[in-house]
Design a protein around this ligand. Structure first.
Ligand code: SAH
Ligand code: SF4
Ligand code: F3S
Length: 488
C-alpha cells in the first residue's frame, strides 16, 4: 500500500525504475514536487474532480485513480470548475458517449473563460475506441491527457509528462501488459467496497462493446483477492461486492484453476465481513454448486443479478448468449427453490435487430413468470465494430420505444408485487445514506432499499427496521429494537 511507502524518501535524482509499481511511486513523488510548487504559488493545495460514467468496474477504477491523485497531493472536490477534472468514461450505449461529449464541451468553455491552467483528463472505455480519440483530437484540442482501460495504473507517470508539455498526450494500448496492484485507492464508502476478481470478458455477446474495450478475461489469484478482502475488513469494511463481467467463469485462466463458488467459500471465511455480493453472473455458467454455496451461506446475500437480455430464444441465439428462454426460466426456478426469499434482478435490451412483436412478447412473458424484484431496461444501441451493429432489420426507433414503455410498465408491476410480499417484516439493513431531512436509507440483504426516520442508527451500521409500507421498488420503514429479526 502506498501509505507504507514514504514518497518523500524516493530519490528523484535517480532514473525512474523500470519495474512496477516502484516506477509509479517514483512518478507520484515527482508529481508531488509539482504540487508543492503549486501550493507555494497559490497558497492552497490543487483540487481534483473525478467523475465516473460507467458500471461498477469503472467506479472501482475511479477509486484507484482518485487514490493516486490524493497520494500526489490533490484534494478532492465535487465541482468541475477546478484545477484538474478526470472523466472515466463508458461506451456501452450511445447515450453514455453523448453525455461525455456534452460535458467535455462544458469543460472547454470553463478552460477558455475561467482557468486556462485547468487539466482535462479522459480515460476509460470510450478512449479504447480509435474513432473517439480521433474526434477528441479534432474537436476538443484543449484536452490534456487521454488513456484507456488497460493502463490506469500509469496516471502519475502520464500526469508528470503532461505537467511539462503543452501538447495533448495520448496513451491507449490494446492489451493489458500487466495487472499492476498495490497502488493507492481512495474508497467512496468506508463500510462497503468493490473487489475486482477478474478483468475483461470473453463472451462477445453480439451487441456488446465491452470485450473490445476491456480485453480478454483475466482472473486475479484467489490469494490476492482474499488478502485484499482481509485488508478491507481490517479497515472497517463489512460488505464487499466481488466484481467481474462474468463472475461465474472466474478462475478459468489461472495456472491453478479455481471455481467462483470456491472463491466465495474463501471470502466467507474472512472475519469482519458480514455481507458478500457479486456482479455479474452469466446465466449460461451459473452452477448448482454456486446456488448451494449461496443457500448455505449466512454472509452471501440472496440476491442475484441475472441478465436476461431477451426472452426470445431465437434472439438469444442471435445475441450469442448460449441459453434459451426455457433454460433461463428453469434456472430462476432452481434458484427460488433453493432460496425461496431470494431476489432476482435483471438487464433487458429492447429493439435488438430483427426483434418482432412475438419476440418481445416472449420477453414480457419471462418478466411475468420470474417475478424480478427490479430490472434495468435498455433500448438497443448499435456499437460500431460489434456484429449486431451490422445486422439487417434494425428496429425503428418508434417501435422500440413503444415496446420499451410496455416493458417498463410490466417491470413496475412485478417489482411492486415482489416488494409487497415483505411488508410488515422486520429486517436487518446496512445504513448507506443519511439524508438532510432526517431520513436514513438502508439496504436489505436482498438489495431493496428502505427509507426510515433516524433514531439511533449511524451511517455504515447495521440496524433493524420494520418494513411498514411498500412504495413499489423501495419501502418506508421504522427502526425497531433488535428483536424477532427475520433472517433474509
Ligand atoms: N457483463 C454483464 C453486463 C455488461 S453491460 C452481462 O453480461 O450481463 C450492462 C448491460 O448493458 C448489459 O447487461 C446489457 O443489458 C446492456 N447493454 C450492453 N450493450 C448494449 C447495447 N449495445 N445496447 C443496449 N444495451 C446494452
Ligand atoms: Fe458484454 Fe456479454 Fe461480456 Fe456481459 S457477458 S460484458 S453483455 S459481452
Ligand atoms: Fe461501460 Fe466500460 Fe462498464 S463500457 S458498462 S464502463 S466496462
Amino acid at each position: 500500500m502506498y501509505n507504507e511507502i514514504d514518497l518523500d524518501k524516493i530519490d528523484l535524482n535517480l532514473e525512474p525504475p523500470m519495474e512496477e509499481p516502484a516506477r509509479q511511486y517514483y512518478f507520484m513523488a515527482k508529481c508531488r514536487e509539482w504540487v508543492r510548487g503549486f501550493e507555494q504559488k497559490n497558497g492552497r493545495r490543487p483540487l481534483a474532480c473525478t467523475q465516473t460514467f460507467g458500471c461498477q468496474m469503472n467506479a472501482k477504477d475511479s477509486e484507484k485513480l482518485a487514490g493516486i491523485l490524493q497520494a500526489i497531493g490533490y484534494c478532492e472536490t465535487e465541482s468541475e470548475d477546478t484545477d484538474l477534472v478526470l472523466y472515466n468514461t463508458c461506451t456501452v450505449r450511445e447515450n453514455a458517449n453523448t453525455r461525455v461529449y456534452g460535458r467535455i464541451g462544458y469543460l472547454g468553455r470553463l478552460k477558455r473563460q475561467k482557468n486556462g491552467n485547468m487539466k482535462v483528463i479522459l480515460c476509460g472505455c470510450m478512449m479504447q475506441e480509435a474513432h473517439v480519440v480521433e474526434k477528441i483530437k479534432k474537436s476538443y484540442p484543449f484536452v490534456d491527457l487521454i488513456f484507456g482501460t488497460h493502463n490506469i495504473y500509469k496516471l502519475a507517470e502520464l500526469l508528470e509528462k503532461s505537467f511539462s508539455s503543452k501538447k495533448m498526450i495520448v496513451d491507449v494500448v490494446d492489451k493489458a501488459e500487466t495487472i499492476v496492484e498495490e497502488l493507492p485507492s481512495e474508497r467512496k464508502y468506508n463500510f462497503k467496497a468493490g473487489v475486482n476478481i477478474m478483468y475483461g470478458c470473453n463472451n462477445f455477446c453480439s451487441y456488446c462493446i465491452v470485450p473490445y474495450v476491456r480485453g480478454r478475461e483475466r482472473s486475479r489469484k484467489p490469494e490476492d483477492i482474499v488478502a485484499e478482502i482481509k485488508k478491507l475488513a481490517a479497515s472497517g469494511i463489512t460488505e464487499i461486492m466481488l466484481l467481474g463481467q462474468n463472475v461465474n467463469s472466474y478462475g478459468k485462466t489461472l495456472e491453478n484453476p479455481v471455481h467462483f463458488a470456491e472463491l466465495l467459500r474463501q471470502a466467507e471465511q474472512v472475519e469482519g465481513i458480514q455481507r458478500i455480493r457479486f456482479m455479474t453472473p452469466h446465466p449460461k455458467d451459473l452452477s448448482d454448486e454456486l446456488i448451494q454455496v449461496m443457500a448455505e451461506s449466512k454472509k452471501i446475500c440472496h440476491h442475484i443479478h441475472l441478465p436476461l437480455q431477451s426472452g426470445s430464444s431465437r434472439l438469444l441465439k442471435e445475441m450469442n448468449r448460449h441459453y434459451t428462454k426455457e433454460n433461463y426460466i428453469a434456472l430462476a426456478e432452481k434458484i427460488k427453490k433453493a432460496m425461496p426469499e431470494a431476489a432476482l434482478t435483471t438487464d433487458i435490451i429492447v429493439g435488438f435487430p430483427g426483434e418482432t412483436e412475438e419476440d418481445f412478447l416472449e420477453t414480457l412473458d419471462v418478466v411475468r413468470r420470474v417475478h424480478f424484484s427490479s430490472a434495468y431496461t435498455f433500448l438497443y444501441s448499435p456499437r460500431s465494430g460489434t456484429p449486431a451493429a451490422a445486422m439487417p432489420n434494425q428496429v425503428p426507433e418508434d417501435i422500440a420505444k413503444e415496446r420499451f414503455d410496455r416493458l417498463v410498465a410490466a417491470v413496475q408491476e412485478v417489482s411492486a408485487e415482489f416488494a409487497k410480499q415483505a411488508v410488515g417484516r422486520i429486517e436487518e439493513v446496512l445504513v448507506e445514506e443519511e439524508k438532510s431531512d432526517g431520513f436514513m436509507t438502508g439496504r436489505l440483504k436482498n438489495n431493496l432499499l428502505v427509507h426510515f426516520p433516524k433514531v439511533k442508527s449511524t451511517l455504515g451500521s447495521y440496524c433493524t427496521v420494520k418494513l411498514s409500507e411498500s412504495k413499489g421498488f423501495y419501502y418506508l420503514g421504522e427502526e425497531v429494537k433488535d428483536v424477532n429479526k427475520n433472517s433474509v
